[in-house]
Design a protein around this ligand. Structure first.
Ligand code: ZN
Ligand code: ZN
Length: 437
């Protein structure tokens, strides 16, 4: 038996990206004459096919495989820029000497360590006595500035490469070289499926459009370098490439001059994760699952503090499993024979499950079987109101089935659920009614 001792996370470096990649994407077209273009953004090797050419599995089993785009010139990863700047402050720009005064790990959250080190750095290099410049991020030009002058990304790279690697080992921090992109991982088509209408492709996913923009900007820059165009034009193309990559990762960090207000903006990777409809808040935290129900709450002073009012429609859907024993066998059989029966399912010990909404015959219950019946008065359920900030946000209540469409609770238990604002509204309504009467 193997025991997992720990999991180590690190940044996906350029070599890791190339190793994982199954396609080097070079073509700017996705589909030509009804077939996927080889080395394009929909290359069949990235998966999503009937039979995947890479792993040989079908659509259900293959999750897809990453491809990659090679950049002509390195590009900043917008989410790592602050870390890159912190690292620049920690390394002497002239001799590469480590400027961190104390390398012992601070008593802080892991992601705060680098900031802690960079704040406590030598302003003057102890080896070459050079005064260290100030570094900052310019949102408009999408570049790092050294003492308010443009600091070319190639120079930033060589600056970071001068670092003594023993610093990484003692601090346990990620290598800043990996924080600058020299190639971009391209997610498989399963992550960005095309918009289909029947069997016809009607359009591509926003991410695919973003990636196409990156491809175009990349080849424009490549051409301007090959043609030996004047430096300011090359810089302009490089800036455009940087902007498209930034927009792909996080649209909010794009330079304001480049934002187009008239056109609908494409969603970026960050928006997929952190918005209300995103993966975390939309698909994981707000996941609807079996044996739960969600509705509005209303105060009801006829209910006890231990009770919760459940709408009839909810009570008829939610089920509770009950084991058939010699004590409740007759009672349950009576319920089962009733029409309509409050029992929804009968489960035999061998695991076979009878759905009574389809089964028309009579079933005789036996001890050891399980039935699933709808909610009834007196059942104990867990009641929760988000945000669940403390343990009293989830409490057990006794079910009381009522002919309303909201969950109802005694006003005295609104405080632990932090549902106070609703209480005020109700009290206010009562008062106004009194006045009008
Ligand atoms: Zn596959
Ligand atoms: Zn130095």
């Amino acid at each position: 038996m193997h025991v997992i001792e720990g999991i180590n996370f690190s940044i996906w470096g350029a070599n890791d990206i190339r190793r994982e990649s199954v396609v080097h994407i070079t073509e700017k077209k996705t589909i030509e004459n009804g077939t996927f273009v080889k080395n394009g953004l929909r290359d069949p090797r990235m998966g999503g096919q009937k039979i995947c050419p890479t792993c040989g599995e079908n659509r259900r089993k293959c999750n897809g495989h990453f491809g990659h785009i090679e950049f002509v010139q390195p590009v900043y990863h917008i989410s790592w820029v602050t870390n890159v700047i912190h690292w620049l402050r920690c390394i002497c720009f002239k001799c590469g000497e480590n400027l961190i005064k104390d390398l012992s790990p601070p008593n802080l959250q892991r992601n705060k360590h680098l900031q802690h080190y960079s704040k406590r750095c030598h302003h003057k290099c102890p080896t070459c006595k050079e005064r260290q410049p100030k570094y900052s991020w310019n949102k408009e030009t999408q570049s790092i500035e050294k003492s308010k002058a443009f600091y070319h990304i190639n120079l930033v790279q060589t600056h970071l490469e001068m670092m003594d690697h023993s610093v990484l080992e003692t601090t346990g921090l990620g290598n800043p070289i990996n924080m600058i992109l020299t190639c971009l991982p391209v997610p498989p088509p399963t992550v960005r499926p095309a918009i289909m209408q029947g069997t016809k492709v009607r359009g591509e996913d926003d991410l695919t459009y973003r990636l196409l923009q990156i491809m175009r900007a990349n080849s424009k820059l490549e051409k301007s370098i090959e043609d030996e165009r004047p430096e300011h034009i090359v810089t302009q193309h490089a800036e455009h490439l940087q902007n498209t990559v930034t927009g792909y990762i996080n649209h909010d960090k794009i330079s304001t001059g480049r934002k187009r207000s008239s056109k609908r903006e494409y969603t970026s990777l960050t928006a997929r994760l952190k918005t209300k409809e995103g993966r975390i808040r939309g698909n994981l935290m707000g996941k609807r699952c079996d044996f739960t129900s969600r509705s509005v709450i209303t105060g009801d002073d006829n209910l006890g503090m231990h009770q919760v009012g459940i709408p009839i429609s909810v009570a008829k859907k939610l089920t509770i499993p009950v084991k058939v024993t010699s004590y409740n066998k007759i009672l349950l059989q009576e319920k089962l024979d009733k029409k309509p029966s409050p029992i929804k399912f009968v489960i035999r010990p061998n695991g076979s499950r009878v759905d009574l909404s389809f089964f028309k015959g009579r079933i005789t219950l036996n001890v050891g079987w399980t039935i699933e019946r709808e909610l009834q008065d007196g059942d104990i359920v867990l009641f929760n109101r988000q945000p669940s900030l403390h343990k009293m946000s989830i409490m057990a209540h006794e079910v009381k089935i009522l002919p309303y469409s909201t969950f109802r609770m005694n006003l005295s238990c609104t405080t632990p659920y932090n549902a106070v604002s609703i209480t005020y509204i109700i009290i206010f309504k009562i008062n106004t009614n009194k006045n009008t009467l």
